[in-house]
Design a protein around this ligand. Structure first.
Ligand SMILES: [Zn+2]
Length: 617
């Protein structure tokens, strides 16, 4: 989620069968799939140096086994799992060259936008050196400066292309004197040096970020499993010990929900950098936040939600995954309809787990859920795009949002979370409260977290099984159509209602969204179903006056609000440098009824169910 990209939580999938090679139970079955002629692969060994860290470069030297072949092809990923956009990481690679271990130059040519061929002359290994520029502060790219290196696998490491057998990738870092420590979920390789690690395969390398610098580290055990909160940049503002206690509480609650812990050790790599976002990995997550997030209740709850979200992904998508999301083709888009499960279900559980862990009040939780519902129900694109299609088109829509996106598309985070809430209540109502969405997630995990993953049909069938009723039609309507969701059953089950404040009949509204740039008031969004769209306002119109009177950016909302509904006004705008007047009839804002509140006199059953949902007891 780094802004300005969509959604506050961005995060990835994975799941390659290769990646599981270290799991003893799977080693046997994996070995059976490797051709009998295959030899154990020699590792690619990378050395990372930072002589120009302050200029945002890492120097990479890779010793690449060739097996004596006359030429080898090297590849850099064009995207990184969990973030569905082709990012062309190869554009930050420069000064690439190849030579023998003795220093003799070898021919290296570029063969595709992200590939290079080395003519080996029989050398084995060959040494390939290059530099990578890293100055994009996001959870899926690289950042290098005098204080810190945040390295992701996809934008950092070239690897051998078209490999059919998993190959270990070793990484050794030579740190500047000011950086005492590296932290990563990779396995240490002390024989190679103090900051050396091994990934058993390329998938693991891509799935395991490395952070070097001088962080504050808080370690805690949950159920005997070590967890590390690694805070980089506390600088006397962030409350490290308090945040570690809260992360521990969320972790405990998450373990209890799933009933199984899929990793030996887990790292919360938290960069306090005035950026935002999170990306999930198999045994770690990379999080970014503002150092002021512990100073306000609202932003801190958001941060706790982000922590819960990324940790939940260690089960939901890193292991329980759609069939399409692993093993990955790192050179082209991978489409799936199932991001409503990956991101939507996770977005439903994140704030809920924070509440169940005792870190937010019932009112705060209901407000968070109301926010999801409100966002869905006030986005016109929900009437255009089914959520399964929103998922499939993530690459060309969600990650390429523009000023018209709200009119034509819906977030699979938002609608997926609301569907998860309704599905949870559907299952509870169908089983008289004996089963819940928690049961569905556990059942799906038990069934599909192996090497293959689930198809949309398999996941839907499992939902019906857990609910004990056929949910095919219900799920089809929710996922494959743009029909409005029905909240009646869920609200009735829990004894909740939408608080329906009447709109202020005296306040004017035309539904235009604006932004301010260089002291100018500009139209930023013209949504369907508003007087502004009918009137013909355009995005980027500069608003200058209402009638014959100048309107300044700070005055716009108040001036429109003070205009009695029904009044015709003419708004003077500048559009591509020419002045024109846009006539619009001021209206009353539609009711914003999406505030979940307990009904006045809930039944004992409703009280019991609300309690069971919020406490999981
Ligand atoms: Zn996510």
């Amino acid at each position: 989620m780094s802004l300005p990209e969509p959604s506050r939580r961005d995060r990835p999938p994975t799941g390659a069968g290769w990646r599981r090679a270290w799991l003893p139970a799977l080693v046997v079955s994996l070995a059976a799939t490797v051709p009998a002629t295959a030899q154990p692969s020699d590792p690619i060994v990378y050395t990372l140096r930072f002589p120009g860290a302050q200029t945002h470069y890492v120097d990479v030297e890779a010793r690449v086994p060739t097996g004596g072949r006359p030429a080898v092809e090297l590849m850099m990923a064009v995207w990184t799992p969990g973030s569905y956009l082709v990012r062309e990481f190869a554009r930050h690679v420069e000064a690439i060259a190849a030579h023998t271990t003795g220093g003799a130059a070898l021919t290296l040519e570029k063969t595709r936008k992200n590939r290079w061929r080395v003519t080996t002359g029989g050398a084995d290994p060959v040494v390939v050196s290059y530099r990578v520029y890293g100055r994009e502060m996001s959870v899926r790219t690289n950042w290098i400066d005098a204080d810190v290196a945040i390295l992701n696998g996809a934008p950092t490491f070239l690897t051998l292309a078209d490999e059919s057998v998993p190959r270990p990738h070793d990484v050794r870092l030579e740190l500047p004197a000011a950086w005492p420590r590296t932290t990563t979920g990779l396995e240490p390789q002390p024989a190679l040096g103090p900051h050396a690690y091994r990934a058993p395969d390329f998938d693991t390398l891509v799935d395991t970020p490395i952070v070097a610098g001088d962080p504050a580290v808080y370690e805690f055990d949950v159920g005997g499993t070590p967890h590390l909160l690694v805070n980089l940049g506390e600088s006397g503002v962030w409350d490290g010990p308090a945040s570690a206690r809260d992360v521990e509480a969320i972790t405990r609650e998450t373990h209890e929900l799933w009933g199984t812990v899929p990793y030996d050790r887990y790292l919360f790599l938290h960069m306090i950098t005035e950026a935002g976002g999170g990306l999930e990995h198999r045994n770690s997550t990379l999080l970014m936040s503002s150092r002021w997030d512990t100073s306000s209740r609202e932003s801190y709850l958001d941060w706790l939600g982000l922590v819960a979200h990324e940790l939940f992904h260690a089960w939901n998508v890193k292991r329980l995954r759609p069939v399409e999301l692993g093993p990955f083709d790192y050179e082209r888009e991978v489409h799936t309809e199932s991001l409503w499960v990956v991101e939507g279900v996770t977005s439903y559980y994140d704030d809920l787990l924070v509440h169940r862990a005792g870190l937010s009040t019932k009112e705060e939780y209901l407000e968070a859920l109301s926010g999801q519902i409100r966002a869905l129900q006030t986005t016109p694109g929900r009437e255009v795009q089914p959520v399964a299609l929103a998922s499939y088109d993530a690459w060309i829509e969600y990650y390429r949002a523009d000023e018209n996106s709200a009119n034509t598309s819906i977030s699979y985070y938002t609608k997926g979370a609301v569907i998860a809430f309704l599905l949870d209540m559907r299952i509870r109502a169908a089983t008289d409260g004996r089963r819940t969405l928690d049961d569905l997630m556990r059942a799906a995990y038990a069934r599909f977290s192996g090497s293959r993953g689930y198809t949309p049909a398999e996941l839907r069938a499992t939902a019906s099984e857990v609910a004990g009723v056929d949910l095919t039609t219900w799920l089809h309507r929710a996922l494959d159509t743009t029909e409005e969701l029905d909240y009646g059953e869920a609200l009735d089950w829990l004894g909740l209602a939408y608080d329906d404040p009447d709109p202020d009949e005296d306040r004017g509204w035309i539904g235009l969204r604006t932004r301010t740039a260089d002291g100018r008031l500009l139209v930023s969004q013209v949504r369907r179903g508003t007087p502004a769209l009918e009137a013909g306002f355009n995005v980027d119109d500069e608003i200058i006056a209402i009638g014959d009177h100048r309107v300044l950016p700070a005055e716009w909302s108040e001036r429109i609000g003070a205009t009695p509904p029904g009044t015709e006004i003419a708004v003077l705008v500048a559009r591509r440098g020419a002045l024109r007047r846009v006539g619009v009839r001021v209206a009353v804002e539609p009711a914003r009824r999406w505030e979940l509140t307990p009904v006045e006199a809930p039944s004992a059953a409703q009280q019991r169910r609300l309690d069971a949902w919020l406490t999981r007891r």
